[in-house]
Design a protein around this ligand. Structure first.
Ligand SMILES: [Fe+2]
Ligand SMILES: [Fe+2]
Length: 139
């Protein structure tokens, strides 16, 4: 239990690093005006982000996280923004795209700080509670 919660924290952190690398890829493709690369990077980001949200939501359900609903609403708002960016990308309006993506990246980084960090703290507490309880269980 304790090891599992710690493993989940690492998984979330790995996902965040991966997402940040994809943001960078997307941002530089947009800045250098490479539309095709931007579309590919965006697609990768969309898939990875959705997988990541699903992972966090599964963890929150499994651990009965008290702020699950609020956290999920936050994910849903990020999902909506991604759809807006997708529409802009498909309509090939790169001028607006840069602003949309910059806002999206800021919003996601905010989410990590405001919502994901407390989730990780919660899991860390679960892990240390389990470690404290462990000796009693073996008695
Ligand atoms: Fe999250
Ligand atoms: Fe996250």
């Amino acid at each position: 239990m304790s090891k599992k919660a710690l493993g989940l924290i690492e998984l979330i952190e790995r996902d965040h690093r991966n997402l940040e690398a994809l943001f960078e890829k997307l941002r530089s493709a947009i800045l250098t005006g490479k539309a095709e690369q931007a579309q590919t990077a965006f697609l990768q980001l969309q898939v990875s982000e959705e997988e990541h949200f699903a992972v966090e939501e599964r963890i929150m359900r499994e651990y009965r996280y008290p702020h699950l609903e609020r956290h999920k609403t936050y994910h849903d708002s990020l999902r909506k923004t991604m759809l807006t960016i997708e529409r802009v990308l498909l309509a090939e309006r790169p001028k607006n795209l840069h602003t949309d993506i910059a806002e999206y990246i800021a919003e996601t980084l905010n989410h990590i700080e405001e919502a994901d960090n407390p989730l990780q703290t919660f899991l860390r507490d679960k892990a240390s509670d389990a470690a404290k309880e462990a000796p009693h269980k073996s008695l």
